[in-house]
Design a protein around this ligand. Structure first.
Ligand SMILES: [Fe+2]
Ligand SMILES: [Fe+2]
Length: 416
């Protein structure tokens, strides 16, 4: 069996990657190609590389019509620095000794492979399938390949690819310069993900986090890959970006906001009985459904699962669905970020998002009112904690309700 291994940051995956992959599949008669988005490269952080869940999601969409391709999250799940040699060893366990492994790569590898971790061992494990871009000088690449063969006994094969003169860096640049315009080198569907989660928007709010928090976020994301679905993880990440923006805007604690937002939904995929058995402190004061219990359950499980004992974070996670009387600013930020992050489409969020630009309490109140109306329409009861939060906000900020109503009215007028 011929197996291709194609790794990279893929931030985002583009048509150049796909051409390279397709040409290698044909040239080397690959039966299977394993595409492996990198975890967080150890020399980079979230300011230079997008969260893994978004990169993985874009790869999945880009590769959806290629049955010979398997997308693997092994490097994302592995915490700490990830080296190709470790990944290759892990992969090979599932194959026969006679299966041939091709590392699909660009010609820059001919210069850099000698600096890779345990590169001699790596060269003994696989064949370098080096793509030659149009315009690259074949003779000098052949010379470099010959040297690798002679010095290290490497198997190196060069292949031509109709690869486009495109790079992820150039695509990110285009998206930042003209956010509404899809770059032509993006595979169908990838732009939809970029739009849905508001990716590559400048400025990156994570610049406001301490480096230690950014490191924690990377580790937590990798852990969350095992705990929740990709869609929920992307929502949590998106909530994190929104919460950090809100915290920065209203003078809140951006670091706590990031951690609370990222973890707010990690218990959502547990059943009620699982929640009750894992978090014995859970009581019926929170209600008895998954919708009302997953916040309090996550609040109680933060320390045992993630080692986070900060009561402010636990409170924001606990009350993110219903809010409560006496809510802190962080509670409100997480409650609001969860409802208005860019991928949320329910109801008419425009006026609430506009309020959230200037007045946190008014935006929170408008959101609670929206939830209340929705529950009335669905003939469901509003949680007493939400009612208490609403009454308190209306008492303390009588103007906030007016502001929210005025904005809605203005919006309705504009729509007419
Ligand atoms: Fe939730
Ligand atoms: Fe959520």
């Amino acid at each position: 069996m011929n197996v291709g291994y194609f790794g990279g940051t893929f931030d985002p995956m583009h048509n150049g990657h796909l051409h390279m992959l397709d040409a290698a599949t044909e040239k080397f008669a690959l039966d299977l190609v394993i595409v492996m988005p990198a975890g967080m490269p150890y020399h980079k952080d979230l300011l230079s590389v997008s969260p893994a869940c978004f990169r993985y999601m874009m790869c999945r969409r880009a590769l959806s019509r290629r049955p010979e391709v398997v997308l693997s999250a092994a490097e994302i799940r592995r915490r700490g620095p990830s080296y190709t040699i470790d990944t290759v060893h892990d992969l090979k366990r599932d194959f026969l000794p006679e299966d041939r492994f091709y590392l699909i790569c660009g010609s820059d590898i001919l210069d850099s492979i000698q600096h890779w971790y345990h590169f001699e061992e790596l060269l003994a494990e696989l064949i370098l399938a080096v793509a030659i871009r149009p315009g690259e000088k074949r003779s000098s690449l052949e010379k470099q390949a010959r040297e690798l063969r002679q010095r290290y006994g490497a198997e190196v094969v060069l292949y031509d690819t109709p690869m486009l003169p495109v790079s992820s860096t150039a695509i990110r640049g285009q998206l930042e310069a003209e956010p509404g315009r899809p770059p032509s080198d993006l595979p169908p569907g990838v732009m939809r993900i970029i739009r849905r989660y508001g990716l590559y928007r400048e400025p990156n709010p994570l610049v406001w986090l301490q480096p230690e928090t950014r490191r924690q976020v990377v580790e937590l994301e990798s852990k969350l890959f095992d705990l929740i679905s990709l869609k929920r993880l992307a929502h949590s990440m998106s909530t994190m970006f929104e919460a950090v923006r809100l915290a920065q805007r209203f003078g809140g604690d951006v670091n706590r906001a990031a951690l609370a937002a990222l973890l707010h939904d990690f218990a959502k995929e547990l059943t009620v009985s699982e929640m009750l058995s894992l978090a014995p402190g859970l009581t019926s004061e929170y209600g008895d459904s998954n919708a009302t219990l997953h916040g309090p359950a996550a609040g109680l499980l933060l320390e045992p699962v993630f080692g986070i004992s900060d009561p402010a974070i636990a409170s924001a996670v606990t009350w993110h669905t219903t809010l409560r009387e006496g809510a802190t600013q962080l509670d409100k930020i997480i409650f609001l970020a969860d409802k208005i992050e860019p991928s949320r489409t329910f109801g008419d969020l425009g006026p609430i998002r506009a309020l959230a630009e200037q007045d946190l309490d008014a935006a929170v109140l408008a959101t609670l009112e929206g939830v209340r109306q929705h529950l009335i329409r669905e003939k469901l009861k509003i949680h007493p904690a939400s009612l208490a939060a609403m009454s308190e906000l209306m008492r303390e900020r009588p103007g906030a309700a007016d502001l929210s109503a005025r904005r809605k009215k203005k919006k309705r007028k504009k729509d007419r």
